[in-house]
Design a protein around this ligand. Structure first.
Ligand code: C2E
Ligand code: SIN
Ligand code: SIN
Ligand code: SIN
Ligand code: FE
Ligand code: FE
Length: 380
């Protein structure tokens, strides 16, 4: 009796094991096919890897060729972790395209203990499998750590994680292309902004600060995060119209004559003209900002002389961000002001040059703005 039951139950248990495996795979493929967030996708893949090979933990690393590192996310809402591209087993696996299956990481001098030292985790066995894209190029790696119930990962585990990695390669590729597009857009935008500013000898950091001040003020003003982000990407272009202003005016060391200032004022409409025809949300935002960042709450601004809420909230926000930065910086025509003079100016211009509600939010949360100012300071 027992002899008969033995093999049958063994077969049954094998069957049920692969059944569980299959349903796990289908469950995750379903979730992943609907995922639109790159970080969540990485976490789903990592979860799948953990279950497939029965590891204590598993991470999916991606190669960032621009910054020469490999990076991952370790949990929901957690910042990315990056390590140099040539470090540790992950780096090796990505660099060589090799599968690495190591029983005791610490006895292998290719292992970098830095991450363990930081986290207090004790790595023992590691299985690292490269992730390839459609063209067969390595774009990242799966790393499973600490096989549960055994000293090391087996060849079954290699097969299963290779399966996950093949799937990952296909599904991550479109995310990576999308990220590259977004990164490219951001770079073009910052470069455009810097062109506008560099003609007037302002630094690239000016546009970065204005971007972040605008974002912070937008969040404080209660705009949705997506809109605040739009403002962050578009506000660096506020002065792009300065490219059309002659150097004799733009770089004049002293005060402008009224006539010169009239020409200077045209930079707002020149900037607007650059973007006005676009149907893209980001460039429409840039058009509004370029045109309205010198309007004043009391109606005495330019180019249109709009008043109060006639000025788009993007224009009112960028006006504060731009002037805060301009006053705190040296220009060809003026020296930087000390902070007390700047805050006094904003208080005095409450409901005159600027929207008073925004001035209150700005002055009431000054440390956030000072922090941005300090972390993107001009080094000379
Ligand atoms: P910007 O240098 O980026 O300054 C942006 C805005 O910051 C100015 O817009 C103004 O609202 C504020 N701001 C900057 N410096 C001062 C200041 O010393 N006092 C006060 N009260 N506000 C200041 P605005 O005035 O419409 O000027 C637009 C652009 O025109 C400036 O951009 C700058 O490129 C140019 N500009 C303005 N005045 C002069 C000047 O006297 N000489 C030269 N060479 N350029 C000037
Ligand atoms: C690895 O464990 O190989 C990557 C992390 C590290 O460098 O410690
Ligand atoms: C990693 O390299 O994936 C991190 C290892 C750890 O969690 O300590
Ligand atoms: C200026 O004309 O330079 C100052 C204008 C302003 O304070 O709005
Ligand atoms: Fe301007
Ligand atoms: Fe500016």
């Amino acid at each position: 009796m027992n002899k008969q039951i033995g093999p049958i139950s063994l077969a049954e248990s094998r069957f049920s094991q692969s059944d569980v495996l299959l349903s796990t795979i289908f469950e995750y493929m379903g979730k992943m096919s609907m995922e639109t967030d790159m970080h969540k996708m990485l976490l789903l893949l990592a979860d799948l890897g953990t279950k497939l090979v029965n590891a204590d933990r598993c991470t999916v690393w991606l190669h960032d060729k621009v910054h020469n590192n490999v990076w991952t996310v370790a949990g929901h809402g957690v910042e990315r972790i990056a390590i140099p591209e040539d470090e540790g087993f992950v780096g090796l696996s990505i660099g060589t395209g090799q599968v690495l299956n190591v029983e005791d990481a610490y006895s292998d001098n290719r292992f970098n203990k830095a991450v363990d030292l930081e986290t207090g985790y004790r790595t023992r066995s590691i299985l690292c499998i490269p992730i390839l894209n459609q063209e067969g190029l390595v774009i990242g790696a799966f790393q499973a750590i600490n096989k549960q119930g055994a000293a090391r990962f087996g060849s079954d585990d290699e097969t299963l994680l290779t399966f996950a990695s093949t799937y990952a390669g296909k599904s991550l590729e479109s995310f990576i292309l999308q990220m590259e597009l977004i990164e490219t857009q951001k770079e073009i935008i910052e470069t455009l902004g810097e062109i506008g500013e560099s003609r007037s000898q302002e630094t690239g950091n000016h546009v970065k600060r204005v971007a972040r001040y605008s974002y912070t003020l937008a969040i404080l003003a209660g705009l949705p995060r997506a809109e605040a982000q739009l403002l962050k990407f578009a506000s660096p272009m506020h002065d792009i119209g300065k490219v059309a202003i002659p150097d004799s005016i733009l770089l004049k060391p002293g005060k402008l004559t009224d006539e010169e200032f009239e020409i200077m004022k045209k930079h707002a409409d020149y900037g607007y003209d650059v973007f006005r025809k676009s149907e893209r949300q980001l460039l429409k935002t840039a058009a509004i900002i370029a045109r309205q960042h010198h309007e004043r709450w009391d109606g005495a601004g330019y180019p249109l002389g709009l008043k109060k809420e006639q000025i788009h909230i993007y224009g009112r926000i960028t006006a504060i961000a731009d002037v805060f930065d301009a006053l705190g910086s040296d220009r060809v025509y003026k020296k930087a002001w000390p902070l007390e003079k700047i805050t006094a100016y904003f208080a005095e211009q409450r409901d005159r040059q600027f929207d008073g509600r925004l001035v209150d939010l700005f002055l009431g949360n000054l440390p956030q703005f000072i922090e941005i100012r300090d972390s993107f300071a001009d080094r000379m």
